[in-house]
Design a protein around this ligand. Structure first.
Ligand code: ADP
Ligand code: MG
Length: 242
């Protein structure tokens, strides 16, 4: 579904990604972790072409981000992205946040978009808030709306960039629960997160990045199971967050 092949990227003369390769198969949940500044956000942004790459290629469901003829809107609507900060449209109601992109980008009718929106709000437990505005919701609720908004576009995969790290601790679980459910429903997911409980529960693989390099890329069992199999840097990192 997502093929990241020998990707390198520079910001000016600073190399932020070095020869990164990995594949994410349909239905697979991959957790990306690593120290701050290691290139996790950059890598995930390259997948839906919010950042360009200078070497290598990324192919998402047959669409190459380096293809000059690529339709970026199509790619971005096929790959849902949820950021650390919720980035809902503040002047639109929760329902409108979910319907507008469907109407604008997917050309759905108002009633079809509305039906989809209300179904998804129910799925993330927010039906009662459909008429409200983002500022009237808690951070955890807003992040669940952001997930529902991405799902409204019927994405083939979902990218998450530290979706819970800006939340108050008591709201982290309500967002993780939605992500766990999504994973169990078979969504293809690439999640930058340090929530290792989430990784243990639903991840198939864990990628550990350090200084722009994918240092570890292994199944969950070996990542958490055998310290000897892990690089020293990954061990040090894990000992700090576990
Ligand atoms: P992470 O998400 O792992 O914390 P990032 O991908 O955000 O790491 O950043 C990786 C490195 O690239 C950091 O050193 C950061 O300062 C640098 N960086 C990120 N975005 C930019 C940018 N737009 N211009 C220049 N440097 C950047
Ligand atoms: Mg980041």
């Amino acid at each position: 579904m997502i093929n990241i092949h020998k990707v390198s990227k520079w910001y000016g003369s600073f190399q932020v990604l070095s020869d990164c390769s990995t594949q994410i198969r349909k239905g697979e949940v991959v957790v990306v972790c690593g120290p701050s500044g290691s290139g996790k956000s950059t890598l995930i942004k390259c997948v839906n072409a919010l950042e360009s790459i200078q070497q290598g290629d990324i192919v998402v469901d047959g669409m190459s981000v380096t293809d000059p003829k690529i339709n970026l809107n199509q790619l971005r609507s096929r790959v849902g992205m949820v950021f650390q900060h919720f980035e809902l449209f503040p002047h639109l109601s929760i329902t409108e946040n979910l319907t507008l992109p469907q109407i604008r980008v997917l050309k759905r009718s108002e009633s079809e978009a509305r039906r989809k929106a209300l179904g998804l709000l129910e799925r993330v437990g927010l039906s009662a808030h459909a008429h409200k505005f983002p500022a009237q919701l808690s951070g955890g609720q807003q992040q669940r709306v952001a997930i529902a908004r991405a799902l409204a576009m019927d994405p083939i995969a979902m990218l998450f960039d530290e979706p819970t790290s800006a939340l108050d601790p008591e709201m982290v679980n309500e967002v993780l629960d939605v992500m766990v459910q999504l994973a169990r429903d078979g969504m293809t997911m690439m999640c930058v997160t340090h929530e290792m409980g989430f990784a243990r529960k639903v991840a198939h693989r864990v990628i550990f990045m350090d200084r722009g390099v994918i240092v570890e890329d292994c199944d969950k069992e070996s990542f958490f199971g055998s310290p000897h199999a892990r690089s020293e840097r990954a061990q040090q990192f894990l000992s700090k967050i576990l």
